[in-house]
Ligand binder design. Sequence first.
Ligand code: TXA
Ligand code: MG
Length: 317
Amino acid sequence: MAEINSDINNAKALLDADNLIGFPTETVYGLAGNGLKAEVVSKIFEVKNRPHFDPLILHSHSLEAISEYVKEIPETAKILANTFWPGPLTILLERNDKIPDLTCSGLDRVAFRIPKHTQALGLLKILNYPLAAPSANPFGYISPTNSQHVQQQLGDKIPFILEGEISEVGIESTIVGFENGKTIIYRLGGLEVDAIKKLIGKVQTLPHSSSKPDAPGMLKSHYAPRKNITLGNIEELIEKNSKSKLGVLSFSKFYNEVEMSLVLSESKNMHEAAKNLFSHLRKLDESNVDLIITEKVPSEGLGKAINDRLQRAAVKE
Ligand code: TXA
Ligand code: MG
């Protein structure tokens, strides 16, 4: 099992010696290593059982530090960075040759993010390289939002998990990039698209592609629990599956009649709903229910990103 504590110097020593660690952020917990070393990055893919075509996100503490690893920072990127960093936004930038191919799965762009999380930033500031960190879950499984989740899933494969505040945002970062002067959203996430639009005007949201994804976080059955999960009208689904032991994940209403009923946000607050999403799914997945029933949340604010996760959790391929 991994050691868990909040000692950033211990974390640094392990990372400097090319180890991987569990890394807390405000979106989800990451599996982190030196993003400038191909042999370290290779371990990340191995531990996560992640296909090599799925590029990693690099984490840094400042735009100035990031500028060392990219060819240029477009004006729009600067505006976004100055407004939303630190925070749940990842920006794709043209990389230079300091970034190994493997980190970016051979693509021309590299993904960067400055997390808004005390322990994460404290650690990044004392390192002299960016941290590559995908979510710390086995590929395709529910993302972790606290250190115990990481321990359960990857604790036997890494020496250390940096303890930190639980992930306040609860879903992964929103990913943006630029193509022919246009701003494109590649993944819906913890920063609302409306906030981005308000700042820079029109943006384009890419439709999902599961065959050859540009952003493999877009794979259809990502975020899936091991149990079957059905998305639809909860009352109808309860009636239809009355012979099964049911677990319900609802937006705001509690269901007395089922084995386990978890509510994303009683007060219908989207931020609270996002924060609870993965930990609730995990609880249901670990419970003794036979089937998980869930519903879409209203498609406003973070609702779109939540529905995106729910939809893909419900797909079994
Ligand atoms: O909130 C987050 O972003 C979390 C925390 C730990 O920071 N990280 C995270 O990483 O969600 P991960 O590996 O689960 O998602 C990384 C996704 C890839 O699946 C891909 O969609 C996109 O980021 N990505 C990374 N680099 C890219 C690139 N060069 N071009 C296109 N998409 C890229
Ligand atoms: Mg992930």
